[in-house]
Write a protein that binds this ligand. Structure first.
Ligand SMILES: Nc1ncnc2c1ncn2[C@@H]1O[C@H](COP(=O)(O)OP(=O)(O)OP(=O)(O)O)[C@@H](O)[C@H]1O
Length: 329
């Protein structure tokens, strides 16, 4: 209840300003404003940003440090962005994060992790709303209807809980123009229809910009530099330009980019062989299996790498690791 559940829901979004079916009020357990009561330090420091302790959101920090492999830029961007946003009682605008990168590098993984730490019921929370282009907006000829539904859905859910989260997966497959209806929700517009929209979190996930990230990482490697030496600023402008100019992208000529509404453009770098090995080890531990070096090596060797000759970066990141493990037992 309270979530957009696919095609059958697309035709029946909530009426403007009304609480969507099944959604509880903001004060109910599970909305992250109340879920965060369990985060040590928030209650005392929520009203005073300057007094924010460094160890804020320790669960997320620990989870990222333990389980996320080879993405230092992501850890850094995400933690600073989310901490500051949550510690501000009246944020100037909603938090807008955009995850970009090649396949299997951890974009969906990190977004689920973040949601788990913010909402007691994680992705199942009625305050978390996921949209996928293929599942929710499959027919181009219904674009106008999708726009209206999406706008009303966001409005209705933000009326129910200002601290809601909206995840848009496969942004590169969204119909160009669809996302423009959400532009007014992403900016600093104060109160629209009696609701404060500045406390929401929006997360966009896409492969758009992935080719630019791969190229820049590869160029660094050819220059004998570490992939972590990549410049965040260079990456940001290359990705923004690529997604804005690509007619295949949901960001195509979009006000989201033009009006600089993304607060953190988070690049996910291609993973190297030793990162894949770490993913295999993590997965073996998670599945309660013995960590055998021959299996770690075997799984890592079975994955395709690029460039063709040197075979440095995994072409599928860690995406197929868990399914491959079963072949080695
Ligand atoms: N950086 C990483 N650290 C640890 N595990 C990872 C990482 N990247 C991917 N994985 C593993 O691979 C699985 C698939 O990754 P995920 O779905 O997050 O990739 P993605 O970047 O969203 O890919 P796509 O663009 O194809 O959707 C995850 O569930 C996780 O187990």
């Amino acid at each position: 209840p309270g979530r957009w559940r696919g095609r059958e829901r697309a035709a029946s979004s909530p009426a403007r300003g009304r609480v969507p079916p099944g959604a509880a009020r903001c004060s109910a357990v599970g909305c992250f404003c109340s879920a965060l009561g369990s985060v040590p330090g928030l209650r005392e420091h929520g009203r005073n940003l300057r007094a924010l302790p460094r160890a804020f959101l320790p669960g997320l920090e620990c989870d990222l440090a333990t389980n996320l492999v080879g993405q230092p830029l992501v850890k850094q961007q995400l933690l600073s962005g989310v901490r500051e946003f949550l510690a501000t009682p009246n944020p100037a605008k909603p938090l807008v994060l955009s995850f970009h990168g090649p396949t299997g590098t951890g974009k969906t993984y990190v977004s689920s992790m973040l949601i788990r730490h913010l909402f007691r019921d994680g992705l199942r929370s009625p305050y978390v709303h996921q949209f996928s282009s293929l599942a929710h907006f499959p027919h181009h000829e219904q674009l106008q209807q999708y726009k209206e539904n999406l706008k009303h859905w966001i409005q209705g859910n933000l009326t129910a809980c200002g601290r809601s989260a909206f995840l848009f997966d496969e942004m590169d497959k969204m119909h160009p123009g669809l996302m423009d209806v959400i532009v007014p929700f992403l900016g600093p517009s104060w109160v629209v229809y009696g609701t404060n929209y500045r406390k929401a979190i929006f997360i966009f996930i896409s492969n758009a910009g992935g080719e630019q990230i791969k190229k820049m990482t590869l160029d660094l490697w050819h220059a004998h530099k570490d992939r972590e030496e990549i410049s965040l600023q260079d990456l940001e402008s290359a990705i923004s330009k690529a997604v804005f100019e690509s007619p295949q992208s949901g960001f195509w000529k979009s006000g989201i980019i033009n009006e600089h509404l993304i607060d953190f453009l988070v690049p996910f770098l291609p993973l190297k062989r030793h990162h894949v090995k770490q993913c295999v080890t993590n997965e073996l531990i998670q599945q309660g299996l013995e960590v055998r070096q021959d299996i770690v090596q075997g799984v890592a060797d079975s994955i395709p790498y690029f460039p063709e000759e040197e075979k440095i970066f995994s072409s599928t990141g860690c995406k197929t690791v868990s399914s491959r493990i079963s072949f080695f037992f």
